[in-house]
Write a protein that binds this ligand. Sequence first.
Ligand code: ATP
Length: 235
Amino acid sequence: MENIINALNIKKQYGDQTALNIESLTVKNGEIFGLAGNNGAGKTTLFSCLLDLIRPTTGEISIKDKPVNKNSEWKKITGSYLDENFLIDFLTPMEYLKFVAGSHDVNSNDIPQMLEPFKNFMGEELLNSKKYIRDLSTGNKVRVGITGAMFWSPELLVLDEPFAHLDPSSQIKLKNLLKEYNEKTGAAILVSSHDLRHVTDLCSRIVLLHEGLINKDIKTSTNTLQELEEYFSVG
Ligand SMILES: Nc1ncnc2c1ncn2[C@@H]1O[C@H](COP(=O)(O)OP(=O)(O)OP(=O)(O)O)[C@@H](O)[C@H]1O
């Protein structure tokens, strides 16, 4: 299967500190890729370089063979939610979703049907809430952000710690939603998480970052949760 992401010799330096140092990383079409690592390991830095939110000090990341800092084609096929900065505070959830739809050339008549698979995760109440996003709870902001990243069916989905801030029911719903989305659309999904059980349940492959370096690259199996627990118990 073809690679949707190719990263080569990616280094991100902050003064003397190396936040990221990845010789080579590829992600295949359709892969559910998990990124784990302790605080400061470089997970958000990697996703930020991938989405061209920060520039690596050296090296290049490409989506579908086009460097993300030189060509913006990737934006048409990439849905992402890293943090609250992805939202628009003065819009209601539905106004925000309509805004996202508009930026991806989705016909507004198609929006209700496209939101159908997300109703269970987002909940009717939040979907139709007249509150501005700035007045929502942190968990509800996350639900709006993730739905906004996905409902227009991107081929590549990038979510930074999507399970954090969600209540247990929403975490389980999200896990099922992501699995179903991957099966239905064949999209590649990149997820970072501190929840070892969720990444193991969800991801077909898990990369462990430590101080900016790839320490392990694991194909998920029945032993993976135990392997991760042992790895992090000494970390
Ligand atoms: N703007 C910045 N200036 C200086 N150092 C930074 C900056 N952004 C990130 N770093 C450093 O880069 C390293 C990697 O941070 P990053 O946020 O990518 O880690 P993370 O794996 O996402 O951590 P967490 O699990 O806590 O979210 C950390 O040591 C962090 O302090």
